[in-house]
Write a protein that binds this ligand. Structure first.
Ligand code: UGA
Length: 444
């Protein structure tokens, strides 16, 4: 099938390339000429494992192309996906300007009836709003609007697309439903459940899935704090509850709080949506609060632990200290630092007088642009050399696999604060490293 993808950001590019991989002919459109030129020249603007291979393959097979000409793309296809950004507005709502502009442009350029698929994460009611905009700006043609949320994790997006847990779409048109079934026919033999539902339900499935996962993360972080307070062990606790098939083991790893471009934005937008629908969600409101309290609490904990280790006064303990922050991206295998723990923790340490050197294999450029006064490196030894303390924020393999027996010699003081529970407390104690992790008893 011939499909136009409006928006060649993270979701649009991955979805477009994957749809080409499963046999469709995709034109990815973006108004950013520089980005389109780069893609036409074979460059991939984001770091995403496996993406370059499928983009190259799609282009070589003539299944994937890139363009800035939206009108021409719309004329060539019957199905248009909207995958533009829905960033958080200053009031916490999703800013739907790009969605609305896309709808107006589709209506202006349409040369026949079209199926319009909303891929972007949007509040309930948006697809109907898109339908109204299309109808208002084009009286001649019929537009069937469909909601088709994505469930792609950054860093795993290609495999998430190729091996989906489920496919969800919402529409009130039998014709659009048949077209969506054709688009995803590749998965027919793979026993992938397909949920065909209403526009509203489909939109809400996406928000609820992210909110539920965010709640799991916030829950395990609170349990880690409780383990610290009671001497229990959060690793065993995660295992102990996660093996209950009703709970499930995924998303029960404690960390510095959930970040990224989705959970923080979507949980907040869902609380507002629920309030406006006169059906407030106290649970999600608490999840949002819990996550922001968690990261602030960790900031204080880092400073206090350092002062204890260095045996200095708690008040000015960080002044003129050199702190290595390992991992700047919000999680491993991405260069994305949106709402990353590094963007909260590093400024906090810098504000208290520390000099911070951040290591990350992919996110240094983004971090330098976002965090004032941070120094960055892609060489782990450069970050560790002369450090008075090390703070681990991201679970990159390069960080997970550090040989502390060897790297300890580079440090000015053997102090490691591990906010991803990557190392064994027993091993760190044996090496004489003063080690703080989340919800695990200290080993002397
Ligand atoms: C999330 C969802 O997982 C995807 O299904 C969804 O499509 C996507 O949002 C989206 O809405 O576009 P993503 O933001 O890429 O994907 O990242 P996740 O892997 O879900 O992680 C989110 C945050 O939770 C990260 O900060 C991660 O470090 C944290 N996390 C996750 C934990 O702290 N502990 C865990 O056990 C799992």
């Amino acid at each position: 099938m011939k499909i136009a993808m409006i928006g060649t950001g993270y979701v649009g590019l991955v979805t477009g390339a994957c749809l080409a991989k499963i046999g469709h002919e995709i034109i990815c459109v973006d108004q950013d000429r520089e980005k389109i030129d780069a893609l036409c020249g074979g460059a991939i603007p984001i770091f995403e494992p496996g993406l370059k291979d499928i983009v190259d393959e799609g282009v070589q097979d003539g299944k994937l192309s890139f363009s800035t000409d939206l009108t021409q793309a719309i004329e060539l296809v019957d199905v248009i996906f909207i995958a533009v950004g829905t960033p958080q507005a200053s009031d916490g709502r999703s800013d739907l300007t790009q969605i609305e502009n896309a709808a107006k442009q589709i209506a202006k350029a349409a040369n026949g009836d079209k199926v319009v698929v909303v891929k972007s994460t949007v509040p309930v009611g948006t697809c109907r709003r898109v339908g109204r905009i299309l109808g208002k700006h084009d009286h001649q043609h019929t537009f069937q609007v469909t909601s088709n949320p994505e469930f792609l994790r950054e860093g795993n997006a290609v495999s998430d697309f190729m091996r989906p847990d489920r496919i969800v779409f919402g529409t009130n048109s039998a014709q659009a439903e048949a077209i969506m079934c054709d688009i995803y026919a590749h998965f027919d033999g793979a026993n992938v459940p397909v949920i065909k539902t209403s526009l509203e339900t489909s939109e809400l499935i996406k928000y609820s899935a992210n909110a539920f996962l965010a709640a799991k993360v916030a829950f395990i972080n609170e349990m880690a704090n409780l383990c610290d307070a009671t001497g229990a062990n959060v690793d065993d606790l995660s295992l102990g509850i996660g093996l209950d098939s009703r709970i499930g083991a995924a998303f029960l790893k404690p960390g510095p709080g959930y970040g990224g471009s989705c959970f923080p934005k979507d949980t907040l937008a869902l609380t507002i949506l629920a309030q406006e629908a006169d059906s407030p969600s106290r649970i999600i409101e608490s999840v949002v609060d819990s996550n922001s309290n968690h990261i602030r609490r960790l900031g204080r904990k880092i400073a206090d632990f350092c002062a204890d280790c260095w045996k200095t006064d708690k008040k000015n303990s960080l002044i003129d200290k050199r702190i290595a922050v390992l991992g700047l991206a919000f999680k491993a295998n991405t260069d994305d630092i949106r709402s990353a723990a590094s963007t909260v923790i590093a400024p906090l340490l810098i504000k208290q007088g520390a000099s911070v050197i951040g290591f990350d294999p992919e996110a240094t450029i983004a971090a330098e642009a976002a965090i004032d006064h941070i120094e960055t490196t892609t060489v782990i030894n450069e970050a560790l050399t002369g450090a008075d303390a090390v703070v681990v924020l991201t679970e990159w393999d390069a960080i997970k696999l550090i040989d502390w027996a060897e790297k300890k010699t580079l440090l000015n003081a053997p102090v490691v604060i591990d906010l991803r529970n990557l190392y064994s407390p027993e091993m760190m104690a044996k090496l004489g490293i003063q080690y703080l992790s989340l919800g695990r008893p200290t080993v002397e």
